[in-house]
Design a protein around this ligand. Structure first.
Ligand code: ZN
Length: 369
């Protein structure tokens, strides 16, 4: 009898330990489209059972959507963060055409967006833009069911595309080219000249002017820190999807996120976009955990390959990503290099084989190297 009792205790203790050792997992997802509450709930329950703890949910700008979907997330026991792009905004009556960013050729991102039609980036310097964003994120942060606001596209357009995207767009981005370099609107050019005495339009190669780089890092940093105040004033968290590094983030999208007042950082450590293997994810995480301001936790963003059997024949990097057999390595190396957890892009891209590998990797205790 006593032996049986000990066994029961042992099982309970082991059970408790296994529970305790699950790593925190977030996921980027969105909707709701036409989904009913029941459909949303069963999807969220499935994610919860698989080991996901919180969602970065992309549901547009309407606070009512986040109230509805957030209530379901809470019911299921998921953390709920609203995932809304920041500097990329479609034209609305609330945004003036002249508030959009201008490239080195003098073209507006509204009229002539770089790379893809949706690259309609705003100028971070415009007060109207800052007010628009404060109002947008403020209205969503006010929703009771929202735990935090999640910033994305909180940057300039890619002045250099990640190496894995060059073929897709038929570009060789061996240096900064003016058509991808922002913002050369009057407001930015004049303000920069006033602050530094440099007329950037007179400079032959602006990429060689460190003050001009810093000026633009600081514009984005200012917006983030303003939005952090907006969220915090409403008792909510603020976090962001960022490019890796910040060494890479600075050089290709002008994000100096090591200066941002975030409660957590979600670097998109999407190795395939940089033509790197899963081990590279850990190298990035090592840099990221050291760089995050005030020791903010880093959740390593992992890009999942939706059709593993097609990866080698697939030309579009958007369809590349971690294979099931690479996922365990990416998770382990993230955790061993100091990540607090991981974030999946996306649960919808995960195959059965991915979920199997995922389950093996998340119920483990990792020690930092
Ligand atoms: Zn500007």
């Amino acid at each position: 009898m006593r032996q049986l009792f000990s066994m029961v205790i042992l099982v309970l203790v082991l059970g408790a330990c296994a529970e305790k050792h699950k790593i925190p997992v977030y996921a980027w997802t969105g909707g709701p489209g036409e989904a009913t509450d029941t459909e949303i709930k069963s999807k969220f329950e499935d994610y919860r059972e698989k080991g996901i703890d919180g969602l970065m949910y992309n549901g547009g700008h309407d606070p009512a959507t986040y109230k509805r979907v957030g209530a379901i997330a809470k019911e299921v026991g998921l953390e709920f963060h609203t995932w809304i792009p920041t500097m990329v905004q479609a034209k609305t009556p609330k945004l003036e055409a002249e508030w959009y960013a201008t490239n080195g050729l003098g073209e507006s991102a509204l009229e002539n967006p770089a790379y893809v039609p949706y690259y309609t980036f705003l100028c971070p310097n415009e007060e109207g833009v800052q007010n628009f964003l404060a109002e947008l994120y403020g209205s969503v942060a006010e929703v009771e069911e929202v735990d935090g606001i999640h910033l994305d596209y909180i940057r300039f357009p890619d002045v250099i595309l990640a190496r894995g995207l060059w073929d897709k767009y038929g570009l060789v981005m061996d240096r900064e080219y003016p058509q991808y370099d922002y913002c050369y609107g009057d407001l930015c050019v004049n303000d920069f000249k006033e602050k530094t005495g440099i007329d950037i339009k007179e400079v032959e190669d602006p990429s060689q002017v460190p003050e001009w780089k810093q000026y633009r890092y600081d514009l984005i940093t200012k917006i983030v820190n303003q939005l952090a105040e907006v969220a915090h004033a409403k008792g909510k968290k603020v976090n962001a999807a960022v490019f890796p590094g910040p060494s890479i983030a600075k050089s290709i999208v002008r994000q100096e996120w090591s200066n941002w007042n975030l409660d957590a950082v979600y670097p998109m450590n999407y190795n395939d976009f940089y033509l790197e293997g899963p081990e590279w994810v850990g190298e990035m995480v090592a840099e990221e955990t050291a760089a995050a301001k005030n020791g903010a936790p880093v959740y390593s963003g992992l890009f999942i390959c939706p059709n593993p059997e097609n990866k080698t024949s697939e030309n579009d990097p958007e369809n590349h990503g971690l294979l099931p057999e690479e996922l365990g390595t990416a998770i382990a190396t993230s955790m061993q290099n100091g990540a607090k957890g991981i974030c999946l892009f996306t649960p919808e891209r995960m195959t059965d084989a991915h979920w199997e590998a995922f389950e093996k990797a998340i119920y483990k205790q990792y020690t930092t190297e």
